[in-house]
Structures are given as C-alpha cells and as structure tokens.
Design a protein around this ligand. Structure first.
Ligand SMILES: C[S@@+](CC[C@H](N)C(=O)[O-])C[C@H]1O[C@@H](n2cnc3c(N)ncnc32)[C@H](O)[C@@H]1O
Length: 273
C-alpha cells in the first residue's frame, strides 16, 4: 500500500496531524488569503473548463477541492495525513483517500488535471520529487494539465526580515543555511522542506516529461510586508487597501521574471504532451 512503501516523514505527519490546523491557513491571515486568491485566479485561467476530472494530490483538508467542486469540477483528493482526509470528506462531493504523491493509486491516463500544491516542497530528495512528478504525468490524460507549487528559495529571507527576526544571530545563521542548501531546516514554525528557484521548478517539471512549463509568482513581491503589518498591528488585513495593493502588485509582477524570486510560493503550470 502506498503509505507503507513511501513513508511520510514523521515530522511532516506530526506537523499537520497536531501542530497546525491546515484547514484555516488560507483563511485566517491576509497572506494566506492572498495565496488562495492568486492560486484560484491562476488555476481558473489555465484549467480546462468544467466538467473535468481533477486529482488534488496533497490536497490537505480540501480548501481548493471545495471551490473547484463549486466551479463544476469532479475532484478526487489524495493526502497522507488522516486528519486531512477526514476534513476533506466533509467537503460536499469530494472523494478523499489516503495516499502519497510518489505512488498514486489512480490508473494511467485517468485525469484531466493533477494538482501538486504541497508535496514537492515536503519532498527533500530530488528523486522523490521526480517520482511525484512522473506519477502526476502517468495519471494525466495526454493533453492534461499539471499545476505544481514550490516554496521560493528566498521566502524565509523576506519573511524573517519583515518580521524583524534577522538581527538575531541564530536566525541569520538559519536563513543563510536555507539560502545555501535550499533546505529549510524545520526550526522556525515549519517542517524540513525543499525550497525551489523558479528555474529549478521549471526544469524539474520538464525533466519529468511535461511541456510548456510556465512558472508564476503566487503572492507577488509584497506578501511579507502584508504579513508583517498584520502581525505588528494585530488587525485582520484581509480585503483592506493594503491587501488589495499586494494583490494588484502580484498581478503587475507577472510579466517580469526577475520578480519571481520575491514571491512566497511559485506555481508551475505545464502540459502532458
Ligand atoms: C501546506 S499543505 C497544502 C495543502 C493544499 N494543497 C493547499 O494548497 O492549500 C501541504 C500538503 O502536502 C501534503 N503532503 C506532504 N507530503 C506529501 C506526499 N509525499 N504526498 C502527498 N501529499 C503530501 C501534506 O499532508 C499537506 O496536506
């Protein structure tokens, strides 16, 4: 069975099973909402029109599954965390099952769209990420669409500068290590994780056989300022003028590849030939 062959790192399981509530992440803060709104608009721009069959791999508690089903898609969700599967099964119309991105139960060529919005950064070894991408390729129909997310290599630098942590020697050392190794050390409010550059996310996707991989900055260049302002003021900034400015900035940044490095998340959209 999938989860036995490719065991999820214990710290990733513990993080999602009991440390944080992933179900709230995209609705409880302004930067989370920014990620949700931008992911929605990028996916709606490139997905085939409904009805189409979507496999949401690493779909967590079903936040994206919910709006995709409301948009008219059929969604099957796969995640290795039992708590997420229980939560996703509460989403009307969502079929959810335990599984791992590296070994999908779905038959060959059985979906129009595969989402990988999470697994790639939790897979630190390149061979595991390649396996997840080739599994996505296998289960997609020819012409099908992949949308895969990475965390930006520079995200921690921007975040911990804006949050005024970087003057601490231990934080500076930790961030320097992430920049050099591309591996988040799991010490600051997350798990160990792999952080991509935009070029690397594109190359890994194309190496798995996908064509026309395009990479987008999800939150744009001002997400860290938005997050820090919200934390400093203690006010919810969702849908405020600062939020709208950050959203506009993310859209304005799209034509400029130099600005990809400033987003928190990267999203690649690619096609199975
Ligand atoms: C930050 S959450 C993202 C959830 C959701 N896709 C979203 O974009 O909001 C990362 C998700 O990846 C899942 N994940 C981690 N490793 C995975 C793996 N090897 N295979 C499939 N999913 C995995 C986690 O359980 C978690 O639900």
């Amino acid at each position: 069975m999938t989860v036995e062959r490719f065991a999820l790192a214990a710290e990733v399981m513990a993080f999602y099973q009991s440390t944080i509530t992933e179900a709230d992440r995209l609705s409880s803060s302004a930067d989370g909402r920014l990620e949700l709104v931008r992911t929605q608009e990028l996916l709606r721009r490139y997905l085939p029109g409904p009805p189409a069959e979507v496999l949401d791999v690493g779909g967590g508690p079903g936040v994206h599954a919910r709006w995709l089903i409301e948009d008219g898609y059929t969604v099957r969700l796969v995640d290795p965390v039992p708590r997420h599967i229980e939560q996703a099964r509460q989403v009307p119309g969502c079929v959810a099952e335990l599984g791992d991105a590296r070994q999908l139960a779905a038959p060959d060529a059985s979906f129009d769209v595969v989402l990988l919005l999470g697994p790639l950064y939790h897979l630190i070894d390149a061979a595991d990420r390649h396996r997840a991408l080739t599994e996505a390729y296998r289960v997609l129909r020819p012409g099908g669409l992949l949308a895969a997310a990475g965390i930006n290599r520079y995200a921690s630098l921007f975040e911990h500068t804006a949050l005024a942590h970087l003057h601490r020697e231990s934080v500076e050392r930790s961030i320097t290590g992430i920049l050099k190794s591309r591996v988040h050390d799991g010490k600051k409010s997350f798990t160990a994780a792999y952080f991509h550059s935009a070029d690397e996310l594109r190359d890994e996707t194309e190496h798995a056989g996908f064509r026309q991989a395009r990479v987008f900055g999800v939150e744009g260049p001002t997400w860290a300022m938005l997050k820090a302002t919200e934390q400093y003021t203690g006010d919810c900034l969702i849908d405020t003028p600062l939020f709208q400015s950050a959203l506009t900035a993310a859209r304005m940044a799209e034509p400029y590849p130099e600005l990809l490095a400033a987003s928190s998340h990267l999203l690649t959209i690619a096609q199975r030939p």
